[in-house]
Design a protein around this ligand. Sequence first.
Ligand SMILES: C[S@@+](CC[C@H](N)C(=O)[O-])C[C@H]1O[C@@H](n2cnc3c(N)ncnc32)[C@H](O)[C@@H]1O
Length: 412
Amino acid sequence: MARANAAADTLELRLTPAGEPSSWLFHVKDRAVSLAIGPREVITFDREGRPYAAYFDGRNYRRGLDGRVLEKAGQTGAPGRVRHRRVLEPREADVWIERVLGRVGQLAAAATHADPGAVPPGRLAFWVGHLTRWTAASLADHARRFGSVYRSVSILPPDQYLALVVQTTEGCPWNRCTFCDLYRDRPYRLKSAAELGAHLDAILDFLGEAVRLRRSVFLGDANMLASPQRGLLAAMEQIRARLAHVAGPPAHFYGFTDVVGVGRRDPHDLVALRQSGVRRLYLGLETGDDVLRRLLGKQGDVQAAVETVRILHRAGLAVGVVALLGVGGQTLAPGHEAGTAAALQAMELKGDDIVYWSPLIEHDSYREQAAACGWLAMTPEQMAAQRRRLEASLRFESPPLLSLYDLRDFIY
Ligand SMILES: C[S@@+](CC[C@H](N)C(=O)[O-])C[C@H]1O[C@@H](n2cnc3c(N)ncnc32)[C@H](O)[C@@H]1O
């Protein structure tokens, strides 16, 4: 069975490598290339031929642009289930790459015997060549370039995992929350138009055709609305113009904000951002308990967070609101849950909004605070139960998505 679509440059072909019990499906799609070896093994490559994901024997793998490989297994969507995930040790990641390259070798051997009537041999050879040109060493060399293109991409909301990150700014202008160490390694700074241009060139050169995997543009890092309006609009225009020359993502923009910057902005400016392609902004409520929120070092109070969401809605923008699970431990759980449910309810969230539950990952500064305050930590199971209680207490007319946001699930 074969279907070739020259216009869209896609290809679908079944091949049976020597010694294999059944055929493999080799599929070149608009965004990616996949090799389905059977129900328990699938490998996905970007359009440059670099492996970026796999499913092996019940486990999912994502290879980040920096070469790290994240392994995940177990429940995904089930509310509050604890799942397995870990970043492979470098030695294990090498074994993972060897397994992928072994499969590519078998594919290449099988392709030499493919029925020439099924698919133009030149096109099959082109795509197989695209995969076989990568070795463990050249993949590692490519991954090493990541650090010269990006400051590390610390976190994205899960619906944006496949966004094209453009760091119009670096770092977090606040950077004082006790529980967060995501941007401690860099001072906050705004890039000039020239720096942004060089950054865009570097990203597109680094990704090549892999840019087709990207579905939106996420403006990094921690607070896109910390940028003045004129500069932000100009940056979005610069990105839009640059992406117009590549088969990349549509210029729909997403980014983090905070709960003090939105209220200070002219409402017309927010409308102008929507008109320029901004679709959804993400902010950390963290907790609806004002006392706890202040102790965590967050800016603004819970009412400001509620008002921020209403202002964004009035401008026609969707929101993603992140609430922590387990913060304040078992000790403060009753107040955290009551306040968070009340705040989320008051935000009048709707269909295109998202509530994200982020299980607390404890770092030193939070751990010291919790010890000093006598907060008794929650286990992962207790956090999962907290999520279930929170979800059960919420009522929406047109429900937003309620989903997990786990820092450990993310790799860019
Ligand atoms: C970039 S911040 C969101 C930003 C935003 N500038 C604000 O002021 O709300 C990303 C989010 O990751 C989550 N996060 C950060 N550190 C975390 C940790 N140690 N454990 C769990 N979630 C964390 C928080 O919910 C935080 O709001």
